[in-house]
Design a protein around this ligand. Structure first.
Ligand code: ATP
Length: 751
C-alpha cells in the first residue's frame, strides 16, 4: 500500500468514526460492524506478497474481526469501543524521533580493517585472473590461429548472404507458397533495391579496404603489419570458435547458492510444526509478516519479519535443524536470530551461501605482524557474515565453556596470544588438562606457567593466585593514592600501565579446565575465594582472569565467578543449565542457545561482552605452529622492551609453596591461644604473622577458606576493645585442632 492509499484509508476511518460518534444511538453497534468491515476491506491483499505491519497481518482476517464485531453488536448497550477514535498512534515527529536510522555507509566501508581486507581480496582476485590468462595466452593464440580459416569462411558466407538479402528469402518463399503474387512482387522489388544498394556499398568498401591494405603494406613499419595481421587472425579465430568451445576458459568458478525467496522462507516456517504458524498458513495467511525486503547481507541473505502472535523467535531457534531442512540448506548456513530491541516475535533469518564452519575466514591481521594495546579493541573472530568481531581484554573477567573437543582450549590460547602481543602484559598460564596446549604461549612469554594437575602443580598455581591477589590489593592502594586527573575513573588506564614505576601493567591469567581447581579437596575453597575476588575487583586494577571449563556447572564454575564475568564465550553445550551458567541466567529463555550448535561447529560460540548482545562468532583458528610463531614474535618484542620475566625468562618465580611451612590451620593454631575467637580478631593476627598471604582478609574470607578443611564458623561470644560483650562470627580452637589432626592422619595414611 502506498502513502496515498494509507492517507485515503485514514480519512475513510476518520469519517466513519466521526459519523458513528455523532449518532451514538441504537445504530452504533451496526456502525462498529461497518467500521471493522471497512478496515478489513481496505487491508492490502495484493498479488505480490506485501510487506505488512504486524497488526495488518496478524490481527486476524477481515471476516474474523467482522464476526467478532457482529457478536458484540448483538447487544448494543454492552458494546465497548476498545479502539479509541483518536489518532492512530504517535504523531509524525514522535515517529521520526524513534525511527531507527540505517547506516549511511555499509559496515564494511566504515571499518578500515574490513575495507583494507576487501581491497586486498580484490587485488588478489584480479591478480589471479590476470595470471591465469597470461599463462594461457600462447594457448589462446594457437586456438585463434587454428580457428581463423573457419572464421574467414564464416565471414565470407555472412557477407554473401547479406549481399543476396538472404534474410528476406523465407518471406519470398512464403509468398510463392501462398500464391500471393502482389506480396511476392513487392518483396522482389524490395530485394532488388537492397541488393543494388548493398553491392554498391560492398564495391566502395572493397576499394577503400584494398587501398588501405596496400597503403598499410607499403608505408607502415613491420610491427604495424604484425599487429594488424594478428588482430585480423584473432578476430577471424574468435568468429570461427564453436559456441560450445570458447577460446577463453574461466579462471574462477563461483559456488552457486540459490536466492532466498519469501516462498522458501514461508515454506520452511510451515515445516517447523509450530501450530500458530500452521494455523495462519491454513487460513491463507503467510505465518510471517515481512517487515523488510529480503536482501543480500554479506555472503548471504537476510529476511526479517514478525511471527504470529504468541510465537517467539526461540520457538524457531529450537527447531533450527528443521528450518535448515525446510530451506534445503546445510545447517551451518541457517542462523535464525532475535532482534534485541524489538518484541520477542521479530525474527531475523540470515541464510549464508556457505556453511559458517567451512567458509574461509579472512586472514587474521595479527597472524603475521602487529602488536596489541590491550586497552583497545582487537579482532579475535568473525561473525556469520565474515565481519571481524572485536574485544577489549582489559576490564573484563571471562569464562569459556563448552563440551570437550569444540575448541575451548584453542579459544583460550588465542586470547592469551592476543595478550602476549601487548609487551606490557604479564601472563600467567595454567593448563590443568596437562597436554601442553598452552605451552607455545607459556614457555615463550608467561611469567608463570604450569601444565598438569599434580599436587605440586596445584600448589604452584595456588601460590601464583595468592600473589596476584596480594598484588591486586597493592594496586587498589596505588590507584586510590593517584591524583584524580591521572586516574579519573579509579581504574588502570593505558597511560598508567606505561608508567613502570607504578607497576600497573596488565596481568592476564588464563586457566584451562578450571574445574580442577574449584573441585580440589583441600584448596578448592581458597581457589574459589581468590578467583571470586579477582573476578570482582581485578578488572579495574588491570588484572584479567580467563577461565575455561568443559563442565560448566555450579561446582566447577562457582556462581560468584560466573555471575560476575564481563565476557562469556559459550561453544557447544548440551543443556540449558550449562548454557545459562556460561551465558548468564535466562540466556536460554531469551533464545541465546549454544545447544543449537552442531558437532561440526568447532570454534563457533556465542559471545557476550564488549557492550553488545550475544553474537555468534567463529574464533580465529590458530593451530599450534601458528601459535608458536606468534608467541615467538611476542617474546622478541618483550626481550627488546625488557619485559620478559619469570618462567619464560628462565627465572625461578616460586617464592613459597603451599606445602613448605604455610598451612592455614597451623597458622590459626599459632595465633589462637584462646578456646574461641572472632574471625576478625584471627584475620588481624594472621595478617601480622604472614602479611603477604593474609593482608586484607576479612571475616568472610576466613569462613570461606576454612570450608574446604571441614571447619564451619558460628556465633561466638567475645568482648570488643571497648570492653563490651557481643556475639560475632568466630571459630573454636577445638574444631581447628580436630581438622588439623584429621588432615595429618590423612596425609600419613596416603604416605
Ligand atoms: N576456531 C576454530 N576453527 C576451526 N576449528 C577449530 C577452531 N578451534 C578449534 N578447532 C578444532 O577443534 C578441535 C578441538 O579444539 P580444542 O582442543 O580447543 O577443544 P577443547 O574444547 O579444548 O577440547 P578438550 O575439552 O578435550 O580439551 C581442534 O583440534 C581444532 O581442530
Amino acid at each position: 500500500m502506498n502513502h496515498d492509499d494509507s492517507e485515503r484509508e485514514r480519512e475513510l476511518f476518520a469519517r466513519l468514526e466521526a459519523d458513528m460518534t455523532s449518532r451514538s444511538g441504537p445504530d452504533a453497534g451496526a456502525d462498529l460492524v461497518d467500521l471493522d468491515k471497512a478496515r478489513s476491506a481496505t487491508r492490502p491483499d495484493g498479488a505480490d506478497r506485501p510487506i505488512e505491519s504486524a497488526d495488518g497481518a496478524q490481527a486476524g482476517s477481515g471476516a474474523e474481526s467482522a464476526d467478532r464485531a457482529e457478536d458484540e453488536s448483538a447487544d448494543p448497550e454492552k458494546t465497548v469501543v476498545v479502539d479509541s477514535p483518536g489518532p492512530d498512534g504517535p504523531g509524525f515527529w514522535d515517529g521520526a524521533r524513534r525511527a531507527r536510522r540505517l547506516p549511511i555507509l555499509p559496515a564494511w566501508v566504515r571499518s578500515r580493517a574490513e575495507l583494507a581486507a576487501s581491497a586486498r581480496w580484490l587485488a588478489g582476485y584480479s591478480g589471479h585472473i590476470t595470471a591465469y590468462h597470461a599463462v594461457r595466452t600462447p594457448l589462446y593464440a594457437g586456438k585463434l590461429a587454428l580457428r581463423s580459416p573457419a572464421g574467414a569462411a564464416k565471414t565470407v558466407g555472412a557477407v554473401g548472404r547479406w549481399l543476396a538479402d538472404a534474410e528476406g528469402a523465407p518471406l519470398r518463399r512464403w509468398a510463392v507458397a501462398e500464391a500471393n503474387a502482389q506480396e511476392y512482387f513487392r518483396l522482389s522489388r524490395q530485394r532488388d533495391h537492397r541488393v543494388k544498394l548493398r553491392a554498391l556499398l560492398f564495391v566502395l568498401a572493397s576499394i577503400v579496404g584494398v587501398g588501405a591494405a596496400i597503403a598499410l603494406y607499403v608505408l607502415a613499419p613491420t610491427w604495424v603489419h604484425l599487429v594488424t595481421g594478428g588482430a585480423l587472425v584473432a578476430a577471424l579465430g574468435w568468429i570461427g570458435a564453436p559456441a560450445d568451445a570458447p577460446v577463453i576458459t574461466r579462471a574462477v568458478q563461483r559456488p552457486k547458492a540459490d536466492k532466498l525467496t519469501s516462498d522458501m522462507v514461508l515454506r520452511a516456517l510451515g515445516a517447523l510444526g509450530i501450530p500458530a504458524i500452521n494455523q495462519a498458513q491454513a487460513k491463507g495467511r503467510d505465518g510471517l509478516a515481512f517487515v523488510a525486503p529480503i536482501t543480500r547481507d554479506g555472503p548471504g541473505w537476510r529476511a526479517e519479519g514478525d511471527l504470529p502472535f504468541g510465537v517467539t523467535v526461540t520457538d524457531v531457534i529450537d527447531r533450527r535443524e528443521r528450518l535448515a531442512s525446510g530451506l534445503r540448506r546445510p545447517l551451518g548456513c541457517v542462523w535464525p536470530e532475535a532482534v534485541p530491541e524489538e518484541h520477542t516475535g521479530r525474527l531475523v533469518m540470515w541464510v549464508g551461501d556457505q556453511d559458517m564452519s567451512k567458509a574461509k575466514q579472512p586472514a587474521w591481521p595479527l597472524a603475521k605482524t602487529g602488536s596489541v594495546n590491550l586497552f583497545k579493541p582487537v579482532a579475535w573472530g568473525t561473525d556469520q557474515r565474515g565481519r571481524w568481531v572485536e574485544l577489549t581484554l582489559m576490564y573484563i573477567a571471562g569464562i569459556i565453556g563448552a563440551i570437550p573437543r569444540m575448541g575451548k582450549t584453542f579459544l583460550l590460547r588465542l586470547l592469551l596470544l592476543i595478550a602476549a602481543l601487548d609487551q606490557r602484559a604479564e601472563l600467567h598460564t595454567y593448563d590443568l588438562k596437562g597436554t601442553g596446549d598452552l605451552d607455545p604461549v607459556g614457555d615463550r612469554v608467561s611469567h608463570r606457567h604450569r601444565a598438569g594437575d599434580e599436587d605440586e602443580d596445584i600448589e604452584y598455581i595456588l601460590n601464583g593466585l595468592r600473589e596476584v591477589r596480594t598484588e591486586m590489593r597493592r594496586r587498589t592502594k596505588v590507584i586510590r593514592g593517584l591524583p584524580r586527573d591521572l586516574c579519573p575513573e579509579s581504574k588502570v588506564t593505558s597511560e598508567l600501565a606505561d608508567k613502570k614505576e607504578l607497576g600497573l601493567h596488565p596481568i592476564v591469567i588464563g586457566v584451562d579446565e578450571c574445574q580442577v581447581l574449584f573441585e580440589h579437596a583441600k584448596y578448592g575453597g581458597e581457589f574459589e575465594e581468590i578467583c571470586t575476588d579477582l573476578v570482582k575487583r581485578g578488572p579495574a586494577t588491570g588484572i584479567v582472569l580467563l577461565l575455561a571449563t568443559q563442565r560448566p556447572d555450579a561446582k566447577s564454575l562457582p556462581t560468584g565467578i560466573s555471575a560476575n564475568a564481563g565476557a562469556r564465550w559459550c561453544l557447544k553445550v548440551m543443556s540449558q543449565v550449562e548454557n545459562d551458567m556460561v551465558l548468564g541466567t535466562s540466556a536460554y529463555k531469551r533464545g541465546i542457545r549454544a545447544t543449537m550448535f552442531a558437532w561440526a561447529d568447532k570454534g563457533i560460540c556465542y559471545f557476550v561482552g564488549e557492550g553488545a548482545d550475544a553474537r555468534i562468532v567463529r574464533g580465529v583458528f590458530a593451530d599450534a605452529p601458528t601459535a608458536d610463531t606468534i608467541a615467538l614474535r611476542a617474546r622478541a618484542a618483550r626481550m627488546l622492551a625488557g619485559t620478559l620475566t619469570g618462567h619464560a625468562a628462565g627465572e625461578a618465580v616460586e617464592s613459597e609453596t603451599a606445602g613448605s611451612g604455610y598451612d592455614l590451620l597451623a597458622d590459626i593454631l599459632a595465633v589462637m591461644p584462646e578456646d574461641k575467637a572472632w574471625n576478625e580478631v584471627i584475620v588481624a593476627r594472621l595478617a601480622n604473622l604472614r602479611p603477604e598471604v593474609y593482608q586484607g582478609w576479612g571475616a568472610e574470607q576466613l569462613t570461606a577458606a576454612l570450608k574446604p578443611h571441614g571447619v564451619s564458623t558460628g556465633q561466638v561470644w567475645g568482648t570488643t576493645d571497648a570492653g563490651k560483650g557481643a556475639n560475632r562470627r568466630g571459630i573454636k580452637r577445638a574444631a581447628i585442632l580436630a581438622a588439623a589432626d584429621t588432615e595429618s592422619d590423612g596425609q600419613a595414611g596416603a604416605a
